[in-house]
Structures are given as C-alpha cells and as structure tokens.
Ligand binder design. Sequence first.
Ligand SMILES: [Zn+2]
Length: 625
Amino acid sequence: MSIGYTLLDAKYEGDKVTLFYLSDDGEIEQWLDNEDYYPYFYTLDEGSLEGARAQGCKIVSESKRELFSDLKKEFYKISAKEETLSKVKMMFTHVWEDEVQTVEKYAFDKGMRFGMGCQRLGERTRLEDVNTEVFDKTFDELLETDPVKYNFIKRFFEVIEQPLPEISENTASRYGYDMERMLEALYLSRITNSPITFRNAPPSYFIKALYYLNLKSEGYVIPTPEEFSRSESPRGVYGKAALVLKPEKGIFLNTYVLDYESLYPSCIDVYNLSHETVNCGHEQCLDNKVPEEEHHICTIRRGKYSTIIGALKDLRIKYYKKKARNNGRTSKVVSDVLKMILVICYGVTIRIRGLSNPALAESITAYSRHALKTAWKYATEIGLKPLYGDTDSLFLVNPQSKQLQTLIERVKKELKLDLAVDKKYKVCVFSSAKKAYLGIFENGKVDPKGLTAFKSNTPNFVKKVLEETAVELSKINALEDIPIVRRRILQLLKSRERLLLERRFEVEDMAFNVILHKKPSEIIESNVYAQPYQCAIQLIDEGIRLRRKQILTFAKVKAFNYKGKRFSVKPIDRVNKDEINVPDYISNMYSMMNQVLEPLGIGKGAAKNEYDTLTRWFKESDTQS
Ligand SMILES: [Zn+2]
C-alpha cells in the first residue's frame, strides 16, 4: 500500500516554511509553502491592541480555554513577522504560546503531524484505519471506567500504528542515525509531533511538545511557565524524593524482589496528578489530601498531564511491552520510546521551565513513598518479612506464594497500583549501607547493586576474588550452610593474600582504571596530587599528551620520591612486579570487599584509611562528570 510522503522535518526562514518528506521510494523531497506564514502569540490585554495594529500585526479573536480555570475566554491572536512580533510582545503584560516553536505552530495549524504520512506534498496528515482487535480487547473496559484516558490511548495508538515508510540505510545516515535509531526517532516524532532532526534537544523538550500539542488539540491555550509552576520556584525535593527503607544486615535465603511497575507514571495516572489538579480551587476537593503533604488533589476534573502520561504508560505496559516479548521488533522500539518519555515524566516537574510545578513534583514522590510504605505495612500484616525497600521495590524473605498473591491483590485493591514479582535471589547479602547488596540467582549468576568492588575501576585481582566469593555464597542452600561457607571464604581470602605476598600475580591485574576529570594544565598547576594525578604527571613529563576523560591506568607501588614529592603510584606499563605495594593491595582487597564480607562477619577493621581516600576521590570524580 502506498504511504505517500512522510513528514520528517521543517524549516522556517524568511516568513516561509519548507517541509522535508520521505517519499515512498525512499527519497527525501523538499516542499516550499509559497504562502507566507507568521508566528503568533495570544493575549487578553486589550490596551495595547492599537499599538500592535499600528506595527502591522494581524489581530483576530479566538475562543480558547484556560487550563487552570477550565473557562472559555476570548483571546486575541496577534501574528506578525518574527522581528515585529518580538518587539510588539513587549507592549503586552501577559502573552501566551510565545515560547512554542514556529514550525510546531505551523504544523498544528495546517493539521500536519511529523513522522506521519500524506498523499501529496503539503497536505494535511491522513490517518489510515488500523487494526484494533487486540487493542479493543485490552482497553475496552476503560471506556466505562476512564473514558478520558481511553480516548488518549486510542489517539496515541492510531498515530503509532500508522504504516511505516521504507527507511533505507542511506536515509537514516543522512540524519545521522543507524536504522534502529532512525526508527526510534520516527516514533518519537510521531508521538510527540516534533521534527526528526531535533535529536539533540533535551528529553524534556519532547514531553513539552507532547503535552502542549494535546492541550492545543483540546482547545486550551498553553499556560505560561509561570502559570504551570503557579509562580513557585523549584524547591529542593531531592532530599526526601525517594524512600529507602534501611536493610537488615546479613545473609538471606530465597529473597523475592517485588516491583511497582512504572511507579512514578502510575502514581501520576492513578492519583490524578497534574498541574491543574494539584491544589485545585474547589472546596469539595480539600479533603483529598496528598499523604504527608499539605497539598490536595482535584476529585472533579481528570488531569491532563495525568491522563497523557497514564495513557502512554498503559500503552507501553499493557500493549507494546507484551507484544515486544513475542518478538515484535517494532513493538520493542515503540516500547523503548514510550519508556524514554515515562522515565522523565516526574523529573521534568521538578525544575524544567514550562513543566515544573513544585507541588506536583512533591505529590508524585509523596504518593510513591506512600506506596512503598503501605506495601511494607501490608506485607508485615500478613506475616511476611520485608527486608529492604528502595523507591519502587520491596524485598521479602522466603514468602509463601499464597502470601505474595494476597499482598499483590490487596495493593491492587487499596492503592490501585500494580506490584509484581521482579526477581528471586537464592542468596542475598545485605551490608548496612543503603542501596548496596549482592544478589545471587538460582543459576549462580551474580547481581551486584551499588557495591564498590564491582565498579569498573576495581583491579581485576580483587574482582576475581569477589567472583570466587560469590561462587562460594551461591552454594548456600540452608541457613546451616552459612558457617561452612564462611570458613571456605576465609580460606579463600587467606590464600589470595598469600598469592599477593609471594608476588604470584600479573602486574596488569593490579591496575586501577580512573577517568581523568581535569585538564592536564590544571593538574600541572595544582600542588597536591591525588593518586590518579600522580600518574598523569608522570605521563605528561614523559611527553605524552593527555586529554580530559581519558582513562588512566596505574598500580600502587612502594612510595618513592618524584621531583621532591612523595608518590605512591606509577603508570601501569612502568611498573615492575617487585615495586607493587603488597600490604596496600591486601588491605584494599578486604576493604573493597567489605560490603560483602561485613555481613559474614569477616575482615572487620581490615579497611585502611588510605583506601577510603581513593574511594572518596572516585566519588568526587563521579559527581564531577
Ligand atoms: Zn478540584
């Protein structure tokens, strides 16, 4: 079937719009709209209309709805050449939609949609009928329970399901993509109605494009950034954003990890969280309090942000993710694109101008924390043993499947959220640090989370010992096995210590890999050298040119004098085996593995301050990058 022309991109120059299409036979075709097109803004301010007219602006009146009051008002739409419009804008105290890109306004006004097809160049987008059999089965019940969201889902579905144009390697590379990325870009373009070349735009741009398009389609004037934020500046919500319930230290068998799928988008959807529904003006909504916050949520209007995000989330989880599992390649791409949008739907409400709203951001995290706490509470009430909770996941020790069922059902009923078993560890080692544990699956595979020793900068020697330790841990089948395995691990550590003392190792396995975060010139100027910089200085002195972000590979050696300073590392290929600082590596081995050994009661006090310094350095560098 002929798709015709797929609109990919647009350019605005000299009052004219040029459109770029992908034709049926894979060619890029340009089309210039001969008619002049002028950008515009909306205003309610009558006082300056005469002045604008005198400048040559075209003024028409248009009936638009305000998002926050939901009232229809007569707005003045003022359009003119770009330069004129930006001058005229100053005469008005309050303008709307001034920040929307001209090509987007053009596409909207002309009924065109990026990433979509039309029969002739310059025509409106034409939607083909799509197969809705599975869609209907999946979403029909929403028609009754949430018709507003149903309509959004259906609209997105029809857009996504339109036939795809033929994409050649050639076309993709013209836009700087490979085939896979081109397909992603095309779907992102479709869903958010934005030109395909906007790939360098920040992710928040796509949420804005998506949100604004849908508000405009429903006859709303897009609120200004100040209205969106209710004139509140961003607040530091990070501190209590996500809830982490402290783990119990130790080794646990048969641990289930339960996850809330898409927790933030789900809370946005289920609890009706949107810019206009948080702290709405209705008297009767005051009682619908956000847990542990002063905010309340509207019980009368269905929030726009809430429904748009909810619709995309439902489409991903209930439709495309499932289809992707059955080897649907394009479904996988759609699912990934939707995920990209969903992942940032909370973050943008914190501090992205034009989307941010502190009360909304706080409400999203408040409901998320509430979800985790409540699941923990319910679990305890039915006799389960919750071990650890982090943001959207809950760890339960040795649950009965019937108990799990009860928990999941109760959460669904009371919180309207989907909790599901994500994974199951045969053995799970918890250190006392939050966000750091070692999970070992039934098949012996290791799942290290937040453990320093598994980072890429750890020397191979230590990594190997850690892997061997994990193999021992995976042999624990019952609590009685723990002392035996503990003894075996102790023996293992002692034997590796001996290898070090007898210098039976490869120098390469002693290497630390660290990214250089400073410019070489800054290093030369400084006077105190952290170990990675000691390595850098030696390389620079040898005439080697270093770049920022380059990886430095060095080993710890016995202290030596270097240009009047005490140095303790050398670039790896300058290191002689005899120079290796063995006592350091021994204490490193214990301290880097401490998060695993501590719960076993091994190696307490083995950590040396020197290693901590390096750890801190890694952390500081991480935050700089
Ligand atoms: Zn209300």
